[in-house]
Design a protein around this ligand. Structure first.
Ligand SMILES: NC(=O)c1ccc[n+]([C@@H]2O[C@H](COP(=O)([O-])OP(=O)(O)OC[C@H]3O[C@@H](n4cnc5c(N)ncnc54)[C@H](OP(=O)(O)O)[C@@H]3O)[C@@H](O)[C@H]2O)c1
Length: 331
């Protein structure tokens, strides 16, 4: 059923850093507003609503039972995404769920099945897909600006706090560089090549907790194309994206320590062009606008991040972890 309300009202699950960044950016997505937050602690919930508005809920069920909430945004640690998204869908709420969507592909397959059988919107918050620069990149690729994409090099490095029990290092919270950072280059490769690799070669360095703190992978596609992808908790290092094609190349300038895209340089036939496409706020408002557009149009998923592609990407993440013998508790 299309939701044609004047405002799309968002229910936030968890009041962490990402929730605050997203709540700030709802201001850049006209027609969207914060409806409330559910948090483990009353103090965090009170601080969140005093800054962003809406209502504080002590329990997820209370938020899910509120008919004033149009869509649920899950931004808890990775290990909670599956259960919280499932609860929201079973309560009849559309969901935008943070990356990484779930811990593994079987969990995601189940969520997709529930969403489809109940005709509810569901989307992975792979926010970069709606950035103006990525929209421009898609258009360049669609019109063959660099010919056939042949090779991609992409990486994401950051320096999160080191603690065995935080969401970066704890297996129980779904930690590790692959799920925290590596999802970006892996998802980007999926966007560029429109496929998953048929062959993957990779290595990872594991922390004493058992999660990966760095990995490097080579993807080989059925088309013959290749990708060299990496991520790690080693430092806030800048790594531009390079995409080589049969008739040109693209370099995307990245910010240091973030997957934020500044400029795109296209080289083709001896000529060179630079595209600059600044984004508003933290860059998360575009995905919120897309969720509202889909809900208003009665769409159950976004063409820019289809559920089958999220699932295929999750299977690729599972393949990488299997190569390292890395499992999450309960798997
Ligand atoms: N799209 C992006 O650019 C981006 C950037 C950063 C993170 N993320 C994703 O967003 C999610 C949250 O990341 P974050 O940076 O917001 O993390 P964070 O600041 O640690 O916040 C996570 C929140 O989850 C809740 N929570 C529930 N159980 C918890 C537990 N056992 N341990 C810790 N927190 C628990 C807490 O909120 P309450 O106390 O309110 O319950 C906590 O504040 C992750 O899935 C991450 O991958 C996305």
């Amino acid at each position: 059923m299309p939701v044609t309300r004047q405002h799309t009202t968002w229910g936030f699950v968890a009041a962490g850093k990402m929730a605050a960044a997203m709540a700030q950016d709802l201001r850049h997505a006209r027609g969207n507003r914060v409806g409330g937050v559910v948090s483990r602690t009353p103090q965090s919930a009170a601080a969140f609503v005093s800054q962003f508005g809406g209502q504080a809920y002590a329990l997820l069920d209370a938020m899910l039972a509120d008919p004033g909430i149009d869509v649920v945004y899950v931004s808890s640690p990775n290990n909670l995404h599956y259960a919280q998204t499932k609860a929201a869908l079973l309560a009849g709420k559309p969901v935008l769920c943070e990356k990484t969507f779930t811990l593994n592909a079987p969990q995601l397959a189940e969520l997709i099945e529930i969403a489809r059988s109940r005709k509810l919107f569901l989307m992975e918050a792979m926010w970069v897909r709606w950035l103006p620069l990525v929209t421009a990149l898609r258009q360049l690729l669609q019109r063959g600006a660099i010919g056939q994409p042949l090779h991609l090099s992409a990486a994401f490095y950051s320096l999160p706090p080191v603690a065995n029990d935080n969401r970066f290092y704890s297996p129980a919270l779904g930690g590790g560089a692959l799920l925290d950072l590596g999802i970006y280059p892996v998802s980007f490769a999926s966007l560029v090549f429109g496929a998953q690799p048929h062959e993957v070669v990779s290595v990872a360095k594991l922390a004493s907790t058992g999660v990966d703190t760095r990995f490097s992978a080579i993807f080989h596609y059925a088309s013959g194309a290749t990708a060299q992808l990496a991520a790690g908790f080693d430092g806030r290092m800048r790594h531009d994206i390079m995409l080589l094609g049969s008739e040109g190349s693209i370099r995307i300038e990245m910010d240091r320590g973030g997957w934020k895209m500044r400029r795109l340089h296209l080289e083709q036939g001896g000529g060179r062009r630079t595209l600059t496409a600044p984004y508003k706020g933290n860059g998360y408002g575009y995905q919120a606008a897309e969720v509202r557009r889909c809900l208003q149009a009665g769409l159950l998923e976004s063409e820019a991040m289809p559920l089958d592609e999220s699932l295929a990407i999750m299977r690729t993440l599972d393949t990488l972890r299997a190569q390292w013998g890395m499992r999450y508790p309960g798997e």
